[in-house]
Design a protein around this ligand. Structure first.
Ligand code: GYE
Length: 322
């Protein structure tokens, strides 16, 4: 009895080993390695983006190599160069700034490693340097912020004095959220951008810049146009410390629509939050696998987004994912 059982078990184990060996070989054929260079950890948006990429990789069976560039282009270039040396299958990165990528992307091209941009675009005429860009339309986001201002102040003769907290200098979202706003308000002289400065997409940066704006312009300020929620939250702190009432006597326009931004809307301190989704991980994994399988990808895999108003924030907040 015991012996039969023992033999049966051994046979079963052997069969299982064979199955797992052949499955393993098959899976190894398909396993692709993706080298990803992240911008940094400057904002809640970025933290959610990193989390999305890291959790999507194992779920998709992608071997992910991840590096945080601490908001420095030189670190991203180093990371990309090391991914080339490691002969990864696909390189993806979220470019901290728009310009200066041609030389390193030429190296990737020479090594025949396809490149995917995520979140932020680059400024280049050479379309062969990357396969696709997965992310938002920042210009449209800027227009949406501008349209909200137009609508909100349609019966007001002005002047409407705007202070702008810009994102990282030279980054696509900072350039485009600015340009989108200008495009909408440029023909209406009552809107004036009286000051514009970078807070580098961080809460501390937003607070510091807003402290200076509050000192210099005081109650001349009608609107704070902050390129992300973290800077808006920092600016709110600065305004409150200066005895101002953000969301009431000063309207606050922000971007991302993170949970922190939503909470500030619920508290009446941000008036409108233009959505920008960081949850790009699953799309990035899919695109990497498609590329490895020789499929053709669209040049731009665009994120679907909307605009959230203060009045709806409490109701929508529980459904927010980042
Ligand atoms: O808006 C900001 C982050 O590139 C869209 O970067 C991203 C921006 C986002 O630091 O919070």
């Amino acid at each position: 009895m015991v012996d039969v059982k023992g033999r049966g078990l051994r046979a079963l184990v052997a069969a299982a080993l064979m199955v797992s060996a052949s499955f393993g070989a098959h899976a190894a054929d398909k396993l692709i390695t993706l080298g990803f260079s992240q911008v940094g950890a400057e904002s809640a948006w970025r933290t959610a983006n990193t989390e999305s990429v890291k959790s999507a990789a194992p779920a998709a069976g992608v071997n992910l190599k991840f590096a945080d560039a601490q908001q420095k282009q030189e670190n991203q270039i180093k990371a990309i160069r090391s991914y080339i040396a490691q002969k990864v299958d696909v390189i993806a990165f979220s470019p901290v700034v728009e310009s200066g990528w041609e030389p390193i992307l030429q190296e990737a091209k020479a090594a025949k490693i396809p490149v995917i941009l995520t979140d932020r675009n680059i400024d280049t005429k050479d379309t062969s340097l990357y396969v696709t860009m997965i992310g938002s339309d920042f210009l449209e986001e800027g227009r949406r912020g501008g349209k909200w201002l137009e609508e909100t102040y349609k019966d007001d003769k002005g002047p409407i004095n705007i202070v702008e907290l810009q994102g990282t200098v030279g980054s696509a979202p900072a350039n485009d959220r600015h340009a989108g706003l200008i495009e909408v308000i440029k023909n209406d002289p009552k809107f004036k951008i009286i000051a514009s400065q970078s807070g580098d997409f961080t809460l501390a940066g937003g607070k510091q810049v807003m402290e200076a704006f509050a000192k210099t312009y005081g109650n001349k300020i009608n609107v704070v146009y902050a390129h992300n929620d973290d800077m808006a939250l920092g600016a709110i702190q600065a305004m409150e410390e200066a005895g101002m009432h953000p969301g009431k006597d000063i309207k606050v326009v922000s971007f991302d629509a993170t949970k922190g931004g939503f909470q500030a809307m619920v508290d009446g301190k941000i008036n409108v939050d233009v959505e920008c989704s960081p949850l790009l991980g699953p799309q990035l994994m899919q695109a990497s696998k498609d590329l490895a399988a020789g499929k053709t990808l669209p040049r731009w895999i665009k994120t679907d987004e909307t605009v959230f108003l203060q009045a709806d924030a409490a109701k929508i907040m529980p459904t927010r994912k980042y």
